[in-house]
Design a binder for this molecule. Structure first.
Ligand code: F6R
Length: 239
């Protein structure tokens, strides 16, 4: 695993934006795997800046997001659909039809998971998958458990994830209790994975990622089986 250790959140965001920019310039029709949450916001801000300066063209880029709450409508300002448009898609020239996010208000969640998994499988492999990491080591919404799922599936959120995400909602009760998420196998099929982490609260999860064990109690440890992972983190998460 390659490590890019950064002093600040800003530096981490620029380093991540550099990797995406390089890919988009080299391969304009690339496929990106994207994450939500607070961690990649600075990277998205930087990508928008570079687009506005004319340095990047997203007209042929295709994206797959990792996950979406369930049930939630795309218009809900807490949906990941809303988040992605608010932070990135509405500010760049990516065609709406190139954007893929699990549908949070699909009537049949299982069918939606199959549809999403099949769509990813039928597409060209994801060139770069961006990941954040939960304090408990989750990636996407693959939460610590006795077993993990390989494919896109519906899952319950753990109490600790609901508590961590409550900061975005009016109250903890408003946090949806389920989500649709790519599975560990879906994530590991990306050609390259970039994991971003900042702040002390991520230190335990990053330590587990850097030792030699692989365990379902820290789903991110499965990234150790992937040949092309770059960890970009700040000193607080690392030390
Ligand atoms: C978001 C996602 C989650 C977050 C993780 C960290 O699409 O899949 O795994 O990456 O919960 O969230 P933040 O960045 O808010 O600490």
């Amino acid at each position: 695993m390659e490590l890019i250790l950064c002093k600040t959140y800003e530096e981490m965001s620029l380093a991540a934006a550099d990797q995406i920019s390089e890919l988009v310039c080299k391969k304009p029709d690339c496929t990106l795997g994207l994450a939500t949450g607070s961690t990649p916001v600075g990277m998205y801000r930087e990508l928008v800046k570079r687009y506005e300066k004319g340095e990047l063209d997203f007209s042929k880029v295709k994206t797959f997001n990792l996950d979406e709450y369930y049930p939630i409508s795309p218009e809900n300002d807490q949906s990941y659909y809303y988040f992605m448009h608010d932070n990135l898609f509405s500010h760049i020239n990516i065609p709406e039809e190139n954007i893929n996010i699990p549908c949070g208000n699909a009537p049949d969640a299982e069918a939606e998971c199959h549809r999403y998994e099949d769509l990813i499988a039928a597409s060209e492999a994801v060139d770069i998958q961006i990941l954040g990491i939960g304090q408990n080591g989750h990636i996407g919404f693959n939460e610590p458990d006795d077993f993990l799922y390989a494919s896109t599936h519906i899952t319950g959120l753990t109490d600790s994830t609901i508590a961590a995400n409550a900061r975005f909602f009016e109250s903890e009760n408003d946090v949806p209790k389920k989500a649709l998420t790519m599975g560990i196998g879906t994530i590991l099929r990306a050609k390259k994975i970039i994991l971003l982490a900042n702040g002390k609260s991520k230190h335990a999860a990053i330590s587990a990622l850097l030792d030699d064990k692989i365990t379902t109690s820290c789903p991110a440890t499965f990234l150790k089986t992937h040949p092309n992972v770059v960890l970009i983190c700040d000193e607080e998460a690392y030390n």
